[in-house]
Design a protein around this ligand. Structure first.
Ligand code: SF4
Length: 350
């Protein structure tokens, strides 16, 4: 088990649930929009937010953001030790340091002493993109990432500082999995998982699900950040779905729907899409399984096993709750009828 470390009041590692981190994408030049984005992420369920702090102007944003948010903030600082020191003094909850660009022992020690004085944690974050050379294999990249980190950790530990989290992010799944595996066999610092520069929405969700899912299923990983070239709220939704799929956290209903095939006589894709948007709009949080199935082959079975479900047969559909048929519906009314039954169910369960 990893040791427990805090980002503000948020406990990471140990017996705590795997946490979700997000990152702001708005320019720091537009504070109003930045705050708006942060509030959206908070509503989506982010548990810590990272802010890229590039220069002295950005330092001033830290207290403003903290005033508007209840989740802790992590400063992402590169190249400039002075900016790291100023971010600490301005009240940041955690600092992300990159051993590939803040690497002078004197600077690192000074930052660590300040972090210790202010009682904040540090994430040592190594990304594959920080190496300015090619590696023969993904595994040799993984080994190099861990080696670089181990040397850096000695500097932090030399100052008797142990409030440390670590991350190894490759832009490929294999180096990320390997580096985290190697590190977790030797150290008990909490691991922040992510695939860096994972690509556009579709590619990134798949790479993140495979990489993070593989590690989490092996019990490795204490906090996750999904990186997508997409609006930031999608990263939080994807992270929640990864954790929910592995039964590590529960955030809301799980839809079990069939892929459809030529047996299906209704537009199930449209029905499921509309239904899931409705659940989201109604902010439905109950942790139940809802099956929406296209025909009688697998439909009744899945609908029986779900908390509530519909199975179509021709144009009609039976609504099931566990192993009881509650009623009948059709293509036009299925969404409204399902929502009615779910609402009723929620009422009876309080
Ligand atoms: S449940 Fe029926 S319609 Fe859906 S994929 Fe299976 S066989 Fe096809």
């Amino acid at each position: 088990m990893t040791k427990e470390v805090k980002i503000g009041n948020l406990k990471i590692g140990g017996n705590n649930p795997v946490r979700i981190k997000g990152m702001l994408k708005t320019s720091t030049g537009d504070i109003k929009a930045l705050i708006k984005e942060a509030i959206v992420l908070e509503k989506e369920g982010v548990e810590a937010i990272r802010l890229a702090v590039k220069d002295k102007k950005d330092i001033k944003i830290i207290p403003i953001l903290k005033k508007h948010l209840s989740v802790p903030i992590v400063a992402d600082v590169h190249f400039q030790p002075l900016i790291a020191l100023l971010a600490i003094e301005e009240g940041i909850d955690c600092l992300r340091l990159n051993p590939l660009n803040i690497d002078k022992a004197k600077d690192v020690r000074q930052i660590v002493r300040a972090a210790k004085n202010y009682g904040i944690s540090i994430r040592v974050g190594i990304n594959s993109g920080g190496f300015k050379r090619d590696f023969s294999t993904n595994k040799s990249l993984a080994k190099e990432m861990v080696k670089k980190c181990e040397n850096y950790l000695k500097l932090l530990e030399g100052e008797n500082f142990f409030d440390i989290m670590v991350s190894f992010k490759g832009s490929d799944v294999i180096s990320t999995i390997e580096a985290n595996k190697i590190f977790s066999e030797k150290f008990d610092y909490p691991l922040h998982l992510g695939i860096t520069a994972a690509g556009p929405f579709f590619d990134g969700v798949i790479k993140s699900s495979i990489g993070l899912g593989n590690l989490l299923y092996q019990g490795i990983g204490d906090v996750i950040r999904v990186s997508l070239t997409s609006p930031s709220f999608w990263e939080i939704r994807a992270a929640k779905q990864i954790l929910q799929s592995l039964n590590l956290r529960k955030f809301g209903p799980e839809i079990i729907s069939c892929p459809t095939c030529s047996r299906c006589s209704v537009d199930l894709i449209k029905i499921v899409d509309k239904f899931s948007k409705k659940l989201k709009k109604n902010n439905f949080k109950k942790q139940i399984n809802i099956a929406i199935m296209g025909c009688v082959v697998n439909g009744p079975g899945e609908a029986y096993q779900a908390d509530i479900g519909v199975a179509f047969g021709n144009k009609r559909a039976a609504i099931f709750k566990k192993n009881k048929i509650l009623g009948w519906t059709n293509e036009d009314n299925v969404i409204i009828d399902l929502l009615k039954f779910i609402d009723k169910d929620q009422d009876t369960k309080g």
